[in-house]
Design a protein around this ligand. Structure first.
Ligand code: PLP
Length: 220
């Protein structure tokens, strides 16, 4: 399955983040041995225990809502935080990154779905943050793009239009705030059920769990 997915991503140079939440280190190692190095988790605690248990050349992606008080645990090693959804959490990431003398790459998560439960900025709030003096002071974070999750629905047209919207948001934010920064280039969108649509709509990074690992075991 890994090779099939990689083949589908190849022509568009889309990166694969293998979402390993609830799966064991042994299952992760199976993909690692096939060459996969980018893995994503949605809980800080699980991310830390897997980081401890697994090879140190794995690039760990935080893809789930991040509480401010958990940032310090993942700051030493996290590769990319996809789920920045407030200025407070970004400020804390900056503070912790500074302690470890790092610059942590971050994506701004936007709410594109029709569901109440999804975290994320709206464009107005993100723009006022990007324009604020407080944001300008953050030196140990780098915003490298945007992330979003489509509504959980069978309706492909809806999913496609939500991904189009995220691409539009990316273009606006890039033009207004990051036009001089080539590092602002990532659009993290697409999961097992909708990654093909996401690629067609300009995804640079898909986050796939179930297709790679099978159904999640929630006993972990
Ligand atoms: C779990 C999760 C995924 C992967 O979902 P699948 O449907 O199993 O591919 C992707 N993104 C986020 C933010 C997730 O929490």
């Amino acid at each position: 399955m890994l090779q099939q997915i990689l083949k589908a991503l190849q022509s568009t140079h889309t990166q694969l983040v293998a979402v390993s939440k609830t799966h064991t280190p042994t299952e992760i190692l199976k993909l690692y041995e096939q060459g996969q190095r980018d893995f994503g988790e949605n809980k800080a605690q699980e991310l830390i225990s897997k980081y401890d248990a697994l090879p140190k050349d794995i690039r760990w992606h935080m893809i789930g809502h991040l509480q401010t008080n958990k940032v310090k645990y993942i700051a030493p090693f996290v590769h990319l935080i996809h789920s920045v959804d407030s200025f407070d959490v970004l400020k804390e990431i900056d503070k912790q990154a500074k302690k470890y003398n790092r610059i942590i790459d971050c994506l701004l998560q936007f709410k594109i779905a029709q569901e109440d439960t999804k975290y994320g900025f709206d464009v107005e709030t993100a723009e006022s943050m990007l324009q604020s003096a407080g944001f300008q002071e953050l030196k140990n974070i780098e915003i490298v793009g945007v992330m979003g999750m489509a509504t959980f629905t069978e309706n492909e047209d809806q999913v496609r239009s939500e991904f189009k919207r995220l691409k539009e948001i990316f273009d606006i934010i890039q033009a207004k705030y990051f036009s001089s920064q080539i590092t602002f280039k990532e659009i993290s969108m697409g999961m097992s059920d909708d990654y093909q649509i996401a690629i067609e709509e300009g995804s640079t990074m898909v986050r796939i769990g179930t297709l790679l690992f099978g159904a999640r075991h929630y006993t972990i």
